[in-house]
Design a protein around this ligand. Structure first.
Ligand code: GUN
Length: 281
């Protein structure tokens, strides 16, 4: 068996057309959705990510503001800038690219973003709203993964979902979204004993560990749907996921590739969250 490849680029393109059309309707009413992206420091991967986010905004007809701030920026200066953006009526979404330089307290910074502009969905108010099943914003990467499952009409209700990785950005919100959709959830973390015993049970396996190709075919139940959130750069410069794509695609019924899987969907969901923030006005 060779798995169906879930094409994130194609799905993202389709959803971005719908977003561009809704954006144009809103612009016709005098509201141009606006996203502010703050990048503190010089992290090379973050530079690529923020550039892609801003480019996608422009392509969708939205207003975007990219602020590159120095590595040694003080916490007070960053909080002041976020406060100004909270009050700026031309900005509907604020994103502070993570990770931040070590001298900045990420928790404090995220909590300073107005929850109604927190298009990442990382503020505790938004994390809490998601947890009780009433989300204002769904965090972009897990939201994109849900759209990919929807795109193959996967029957999530009653399915066993195993998430490898328990981060606030991916693993935990992914669990909440799958739970809300009726799946039975296991969240594994770096201390999990006998990981394979868990992953082998998964009808839906979501992997977000940052460890290249760690999930191999022997760890996957035949027919499972495998969603690979990882993006790792190998020594030869090539990108790979947290899943060993070549072996796992012979066992799974559907799988997301890296690149061209979850990555383009994450940015698309950021656009959708920004649009919806503007539509709520
Ligand atoms: N760094 C890695 N992923 C993300 C994300 O989804 N949002 C932000 N703000 N930073 C990130």
């Amino acid at each position: 068996m060779s798995a169906q490849i879930i094409d994130g680029n194609a799905l993202a393109k389709k959803i971005r057309l719908e977003i561009a059309s809704r954006t144009s309707t809103l612009v016709g009413k005098g509201i141009k959705p606006g996203l502010a992206v703050l990048l503190v420091g010089e992290d090379p991967a973050s530079q690529v990510y923020v550039r892609n986010k801003v480019k996608a905004c422009e392509e969708a007809g939205m207003h975007s503001l990219l602020e590159r701030l120095p590595t040694d920026l003080s916490e007070a200066a960053l909080l002041k800038r976020i406060h100004e953006l909270n009050l700026d009526p031309s900005i509907h979404g604020i994103l502070v690219q993570l990770p931040l330089p070590k001298h900045l307290n990420s928790h404090l910074v995220i909590e300073s973003i107005a929850p109604e502009k927190d298009v990442d969905g990382f503020h505790v108010a938004n994390a809490g709203a998601l947890m009780i099943g009433a989300p204002l914003f769904r965090p972009c990467t897990p939201y994109g993964c849900m759209k990919m499952l929807e795109s193959i009409d996967y029957p999530i209700k009653g399915a066993r979902a195993v998430i490898v990785g328990a981060s606030n950005i991916v693993g935990k919100p992914m669990a909440m979204l799958l739970l809300q959709a009726g799946a039975t959830i296991t969240i594994c973390n770096s201390k999990t004993k006998d990981l394979t015993a868990h992953t082998k049970e998964a009808d839906i396996l979501v992997v977000a560990t940052g460890r290249p190709k760690m999930i191999t075919a022997e760890m996957v139940k035949p027919g499972a749907v495998v969603i690979d959130v990882g993006i790792n750069r190998l020594d030869d410069g090539k990108l790979c996921g947290d899943v060993d794509f070549e072996s796992v695609k012979t066992v799974a019924s559907a799988i997301t590739p890296v690149p061209g899987g979850v990555g383009p969907m994450t940015i698309t969901m950021l656009l959708l969250n920004t649009l919806e923030a503007a539509e709520r006005l």
